[in-house]
Design a binder for this molecule. Structure first.
Ligand code: CU
Length: 415
């Protein structure tokens, strides 16, 4: 069932790079550009060469090492004035986006809404979010770009969950599932992302969204725990989603809340993007409740804090790649994104928190102070879904994207 960083000099150098990175991500001066004021990085993005995102199975050993090192640098360095490392700031933003109170036109009914998931802005919000993370990595090491995890690639699981890259399955917890066997998971004990090797999560940011209690400080995985145990995902499932002509079906199908068969019949469940979150983190069915509830066991299956598992970035690069492919295949531009009729933050020209000039505020959690932990975002750093519809304008592309011609090539042809 598919429910689902030796010398002081190097140190100083890295600090400089990381401050540059913090600037890149959070503190550019705006420039006027039409109705909205854009960030310098929007301009810089267009001038620089395109970052090329590769299939993770094609990374060379030095590329893997560089990626891990850049992530661990972001996890270590705390910008001046912040209580959090740059990496943890990214996690805090993801949590904030899952529980927003909109102050639209000065009005708020106090209700808490999701910005980044379960609705139209799922793709544009994550496109902007992971691109900013990629730029933060590139400020540490300009050779790094985000690899993507093609969920249909049989080799990818072993390549990713290996101690030479993102670490293996968790250990220490045994789960017996009747008629299916005995499965293990738990805290990741080896590789660069084990607690012993310094991957320690901020307990105030690793929280259960329902109970608002802390889930601790260790990265937890339950790889391929039934029911989310099938891997690789069938290519035909992805192809079927890519053939949907309507964003209002394509988005929930790829995010994985529904499956749409050849006859157009819609079945609710946990598929594709959602399924893979479960395949890494582990979910258990609690059949004692009606409707049946799912309990998330590990970091990836607890959506708000899921960027604490570094595989999150590879997973979302793939979701973004598939959206880009869908767009390129006859669904380009604003005609294929809802102009209106969506909750605030999800319409084409709505501002997306945290790049919204203060339009929305995350609900403070019981653990206190997400608000005091969040990075300062320039009030003129504004992003709408409309601004991210064309991914090459953000300065990156995918290696598999054969139809695209790099900008430099256009120039070469012209002159
Ligand atoms: Cu997300």
């Amino acid at each position: 069932m598919k429910v689902l960083l030796k010398s002081v000099r190097i140190f100083i150098y890295s600090l400089l790079l990381v401050s540059a990175c913090a600037l890149t991500v959070f503190a550019h001066k705006p420039v006027d550009h039409g109705q909205y004021k854009y960030h310098w990085d929007h301009v810089l993005r267009q001038q620089a060469h395109l970052a090329v995102r590769k299939n993770v199975t094609e990374l060379t050993p030095p590329e893997k090492t560089a990626f891990v090192k850049a992530i661990k640098t972001l996890k270590t360095v705390i910008p001046a004035g912040s209580k959090l490392s740059i990496y943890d700031q990214f996690v805090a933003i993801h949590i904030g986006a899952t529980r927003l109170i909109h102050n639209h036109k000065g009005h708020s009914d106090g209700s808490v809404q999701e910005l980044a998931h379960e609705n139209a802005a799922f793709f544009p919000w994550h496109r902007e979010y992971i691109r900013r993370f990629e730029q933060a990595l590139q400020a540490v090491d300009p050779t790094v770009s985000l690899p993507y995890w093609d969920w249909t690639d049989a080799k990818a699981l072993d390549v990713i969950f290996n101690d030479d890259f993102l670490g293996s399955n968790g250990q220490g917890v045994t789960i017996k599932i009747p008629n299916q066997g005995t499965f293990t998971g738990g805290a990741v004990q080896s590789g660069a992302f084990s607690a012993a090797n310094g991957w320690v999560m901020n307990p105030a940011l690793n929280i259960d969204p329902d109970t608002e209690t802390s889930l601790g400080t260790s990265l937890v995985r339950f790889l391929r725990l039934p029911p989310a145990s099938d891997y690789p995902l069938p290519k035909k499932d992805i192809e079927r989603a890519l053939r949907l002509n309507n964003y209002s079906l394509f988005r929930p199908a790829l995010e994985g809340f529904i499956s749409v068969d050849e006859q157009g019949k819609v079945t609710p469940g946990g598929f594709l993007h959602n399924y893979i979150h479960g395949l890494v983190g582990g979910v258990q069915i609690d059949a004692s409740t009606t409707p049946i509830k799912f309990k998330s066991l590990g970091t990836m299956s607890n959506i708000p804090s899921s960027p604490y598992d570094p595989v999150f970035w590879l997973h979302h690069a793939n979701a973004d790649r598939l959206w880009a492919e869908w767009q390129d295949n006859g669904h380009q531009g604003s005609d294929f994104y809802p102009a209106n009729g969506q909750p605030y933050g999800h319409n084409l020209k709505d501002l997306m928190w945290p790049w919204d000039g203060g339009m929305s505020t995350p609900k403070a959690t019981a653990l206190g102070n997400l608000l005091s932990l969040l990075p300062n975002i320039d009030s003129k750093d504004l992003v709408r879904p409309l601004d991210v519809l064309n991914h090459t304008k953000l300065g990156y592309t995918y290696k598999t994207f054969k139809k695209e011609t790099p900008r430099e090539f256009h120039l070469w042809n012209k002159f």
